[in-house]
Design a protein around this ligand. Structure first.
Ligand SMILES: O=c1ccn([C@@H]2O[C@H](COP(=O)(O)O)[C@@H](O)[C@H]2O)c(=O)[nH]1
Length: 238
């Protein structure tokens, strides 16, 4: 998990996923399946990616009442993915029930999927957060608060931006995972992301894993782009 580059497979179909993955033949990627792909293709997408030995982050960002999230997590545990997540805004009871659900349903002899919580989305700016969520703290304070709640609930880490990662590591320990989307090379389009950083910045901040989507998936040469990100991130090709 540590030092991983997670590729966001934000595609609408299996066909597009495998067209994208074919040129990577022989490389074991850490991939992220999000709502767009999972809602379209469902669990069979996960089974097929596992058959190809890819590590999987199932990014469904669960956020509901504790009972619903706890029960849903049981289903995700049975899929055998490596990493799943919830929104920290759902609260401590919800996060604890999510963890219990995962622990209860992870098959014997298998490792429980790691569970992390989204703090503030990387598409949120401080101004937006204060105006739309009526949070009067700074963005850093809000992220740190949600990260502390996640740690107190027994979770393995958080999703945050690379800008908050070193503060989280200092306060909550270096074993507490920081997974950071919003990663761009200097010349890339930011699109809808607000709190962005380069892979080098993320590495220097001690981030556990970076998430990169469109800069790789929409690149003219995705394999070349992946290797460029890996080089700046200092990741290990598998
Ligand atoms: O705070 C968050 C949480 C999740 N994401 C997801 O990461 C990728 C980023 O894609 P890019 O194309 O590199 O912007 C995407 O799947 C998001 O759903 C995030 O960006 N921020």
């Amino acid at each position: 998990m540590k030092n991983s580059l997670i590729v966001a497979l934000d595609f609408a179909s299996k066909k597009e996923v495998f067209e994208f993955l074919t040129p990577f033949e022989g490389e074991k990627l850490f991939v992220k399946v999000g709502m767009e792909l999972f809602y379209q293709e469902g669990p069979s997408m996960i089974h097929e990616l596992k058959e190809k030995d890819h590590e999987i982050f199932l990014d469904l960002k669960l956020h509901d009442i504790p009972n619903t999230v706890g029960s849903a997590m049981k289903g995700l545990a049975r899929l055998g993915v490596d990493l799943v997540n919830v929104h920290a805004a759902g609260g401590k009871e919800m996060m604890m029930r999510a963890l219990e659900g995962l622990e209860a349903a992870t098959p014997a002899g298998k490792e429980r999927p790691k569970l992390i919580a989204v703090t503030q989305l990387t598409s949120t700016s401080e101004q937006q957060m204060q105006q739309e969520q009526l949070i009067q703290a700074s963005l850093e304070q809000s992220v740190m608060h949600y990260a502390s709640l996640a740690k107190e609930s027994g979770l393995d880490g958080v999703v945050c931006s690379s800008h908050e990662a070193s503060l989280i590591r200092q306060n909550l320990g270096t074993d507490f995972l920081t997974v950071t989307p919003g990663i761009r090379l200097g010349s890339d389009d930011l699109q809808d992301q607000k709190r962005v950083a380069t892979p080098r910045f993320a590495r220097e901040a001690g981030v556990s894993a970076i998430v990169v989507g469109r800069s790789i998936t929409k690149a003219a040469d995705p394999v070349k782009s992946y290797h460029k990100f890996m080089e700046e991130w200092g990741g290990i090709l598998k």
